[in-house]
Write a protein that binds this ligand. Sequence first.
Ligand SMILES: O=P(O)(O)OC[C@H]1O[C@H](OP(=O)(O)OP(=O)(O)O)[C@H](O)[C@@H]1O
Ligand SMILES: O=c1cc[nH]c(=O)[nH]1
Ligand SMILES: [Mg+2]
Length: 217
Amino acid sequence: MTVHYLSENNSILNHFVAQLRDVGVQGDRMRFRQNLHRIGEVMAYEISKNLHYAPAAVTTPLGVKETAFIADEVVVCSILRAGLALHEGLLSFFDGAENGFVSAYRHHPNNDDYFEIVAEYMAVPNLTGKTLILADPMLATGFSAEAVYKKLAEKFTPAQVHLAVVIAAPEGVAYLQEHLPDSVHLWVASLDSHLNEKKYIVPGLGDAGDLAYGVKL
Ligand SMILES: O=P(O)(O)OC[C@H]1O[C@H](OP(=O)(O)OP(=O)(O)O)[C@H](O)[C@@H]1O
Ligand SMILES: O=c1cc[nH]c(=O)[nH]1
Ligand SMILES: [Mg+2]
């Protein structure tokens, strides 16, 4: 797996991530979703630098300009719920992309800290031969991303896979390095310190799904 750390260079991306984290701003759910959307746009731009291009001509009122257009067939696929707002941002740049949605949540069967990932709902187009961009703001243990990747890989063979996450824990990055193929690209807006005993990212931002859409039962 190739990891791209987007905060290695200072950019306005860091402002959007900082607002997601800030307890004084988080109460504004619309701004939280809007910042995920804006980060999705920035990530789309960064990922676009790794896609394949083919030459094509554009006719202007004054002549013809040879340029290069994305040749890959892009599919944006979000991991529900928290991936949705990021998905919309990616889609606003990859506006011709196909779309997929897969669910993943932490199930605590014993009402303690132990959990299993349940990935059951999957609504996706054919991914074989296409460029799959998986969107999920949080990479904590890496179990959700792994479960979703494997569920999709059972049925399809994408030509390229890009996993776009906003905040990652080192433990999750290391886990995916071991469990996903070398060909996968991981895009990280910010790398944090560690996971706490509940496997939440520290300092992180809290629960991204709840902050975007409200607390679930
Ligand atoms: O790396 P992991 O340890 O698997 O944790 C990361 C997962 O946790 C969050 O989803 P969550 O389970 O909170 O679901 P939600 O989006 O419905 O809130 C997040 O959006 C990831 O999918
Ligand atoms: O820190 C974390 C870990 C999992 N899911 C979240 O939303 N946040
Ligand atoms: Mg959640």
